[in-house]
Ligand binder design. Structure first.
Ligand SMILES: O=C(O)CCC(=O)C(=O)O
Length: 251
């Protein structure tokens, strides 16, 4: 994993004004393979297609903490935490972590989230771990730069949210990169027109006032026992432990 802990001034500036930044080489090719294999194994072994109500053609691994101890290290990478703090503030809560792999032929998404508040303060951001290269052909994420600050122009120029938008930028990124973006930024996944999967892991961090997408207090005790102290804090479990009997042993 990359040994860099802080964004450059240029990266901070881009995150601030455009609402996204691509951080290169966060994961090694071997780490990408291991994480991708763990998500693929979970999808097969636990027959997740039978319970997934996600998009057609997308292998969606809900709550990846159930299936991988390795994701902890990525979640806590100092560079990603620095980027998240630039957007959301110094105290972060993990909102979600999922595997998301649009297979060859998977459809794109509408631009979203169109009714979200814009402008500061920001309370949520996303980290997209590119386990495969993100290319225009395989459906790399599109964003409308600056729309996290003000969406007036973006919405005025938008027709069908499924269509290409005149202001959109396709965020191509090599394998191992992480796309950090403000969740208040208008964005979406695009159709995968390549012959191969586009594997990724998505995490979201929030301000602690925002309720988590998953109830981390419901994680099985064996998984909680394996969390590092820092991960325990990132999941808000230290505070939660005061109310949840099964967690008290960790405090
Ligand atoms: O994977 C991507 O390219 C973006 C997906 C996305 O925006 C979402 O699932 O909400």
């Amino acid at each position: 994993m990359l040994n860099r802990t802080a964004l450059t001034p240029g990266e901070c500036e881009q995150l601030d004004t455009e609402g996204y930044v691509v951080l290169l080489d966060v994961f090694t090719p071997q780490e990408c393979d291991e994480l991708g294999d763990e998500m693929d194994t979970a999808w097969e072994k636990f027959r997740l297609h039978e319970i997934s109500d996600s998009e057609e053609g997308v292998r969606f691994v809900d709550n990846a903490l159930y299936y991988s101890a390795k994701v902890q290290d990525g979640l806590l990478h100092p560079l990603l935490l620095d980027a998240a703090s630039q957007m959301v503030g110094p105290r972060l809560l993990l909102n979600l972590i999922n595997g998301r792999s649009p297979a060859a032929g998977a459809a794109g998404q509408p631009l979203h989230v169109l009714d979200r508040r814009r402008g500061r303060p920001f309370d949520k951001c996303n980290a997209i771990w590119c386990l495969d290269e993100f290319t225009a052909e395989n459906g790399a994420t599109r964003v409308i730069p600056g729309s996290h600050l003000d969406d007036t122009a973006a919405l005025a120029r938008m027709g069908d949210p499924m269509d290409a938008h005149p202001d959109e930028v396709i965020v191509e990124a090599p394998r191992g990169a992480v796309i950090m973006h403000n969740s208040h930024l208008i964005h979406s996944g695009r159709p995968n027109a390549s012959g191969a999967d586009r594997r990724s892991i998505h995490a979201a961090y929030t301000h602690p006032a925002i309720p988590t997408h998953y109830d981390w207090t419901a994680l099985p005790p064996a998984i909680v026992a394996d969390l590092s102290e820092q991960a325990f804090d990132l999941l808000g479990l230290r505070e939660a432990a005061l109310d949840v009997e099964g967690l008290v042993a960790r405090v």
